[in-house]
Design a protein around this ligand. Sequence first.
Ligand SMILES: *Cc1c(COP(=O)(O)O)cnc(C)c1O
Length: 392
Amino acid sequence: MTDSKRKDTRLVHGGRRKEWTFGIVNPPVFHASTVLFDTVAELKAAASKRDESLYYGRRGTPTTFALADALTEISGGAGTVLYPSGLAALTGAILAFVEAGDHILVTDSVYDPTRAFCDQMLRRYGVETTYYDPLIGGGIADLIRPNTRLVLVEAPGSLTMEVQDIPAIAAAAHDAGALVFMDNTWATPLFFDAFAHGVDVSILALTKYVVGHADAMMGAATANQKALNRLRQGAGFLGNCPAPDDVYLALRGLRTLSVRLRQHEASALQIAKWIAERPEVDHVRHPALPTCPGHEVWKRDFTGSSGLFSFVPKNGTERAVTAFLEGMEHFKMGFSWGGYESLALGYFSVDKARTATPWTAGPLIRLHIGLEDPEDLKEDLDRAFARYRAAL
Ligand SMILES: *Cc1c(COP(=O)(O)O)cnc(C)c1O
């Protein structure tokens, strides 16, 4: 598709302004707090555009501007704010927009730490959260109140992988004057064009595919013109800023995002289809497979799939899932994903992370398919399924 080709080119060119790189391919890593000014007039001029040029280290350096600009160019937004982690991007973006007495709508399939922030911290500040069925679509209109400030979507959802009808949700939200925030970490801007589907603020855990090598934490929120000033203002109040060496790693990772993502996609699809045929498996939740809730929406709105998916094993007991997970050669156990390496995690109480929609399917296994040879990964999984059967 010409569209993806254009995105690939943008990945190579994004943020590479000569005034920041001095003609070198990559920008230098600026370690900076103080920026020096010769005149009062220069200092005042810098203050008036402190989110886009040199003012003070916390507000950005050529290294951070290069990454933020590249992300803006790739996603088609109006501007990007960087944060020291993906979670900080989610919480920082939400805090920039809500106030006491507000109400927000959050998908029941949301990343669990985001839920904890809403239930515990936002509640303390007088902001109420209602969780909604991720498959609600335009039905979200019935849940919107006069004080609903924003609707948070995440597609596919963490762990359970439901794909949401974002255009339908955005239409209802915008009709009522609410904004749409999206956690777009799974698809990245390469496989889901958030702004073309009605999102106002698109949030990425850069820690995952953009950094891509499991060696730095970072987040970003990209806003459209309507939301950008408020987003930047909130970030200015909170004062989070990522460290320069990490920003450099994220920028370096970004340049190869497309080729890595396509390999994650191909290997994950191959393995998801292989798992779907296994007698030990009830169903696979991979957005590109028809057994995933919201698959039709994925086909309509997304241009690819990444390396993370989950499956529900048959008769899943904690003992059998534990036997599956322990003794792997290639799939390691640990949080995060999006690096070059394969990961596996078991989730034994998905039902407890839900309040709007019941989860009755039992334990779930989530895999991240890395860049190893998929045949080696299948052999590893074959042995895991044998351990699973033996432990039933
Ligand atoms: C990992 C993750 C985050 C948080 O990112 P961190 O950099 O670990 O804080 C947010 N959303 C989703 C969907 C994630 O998987």
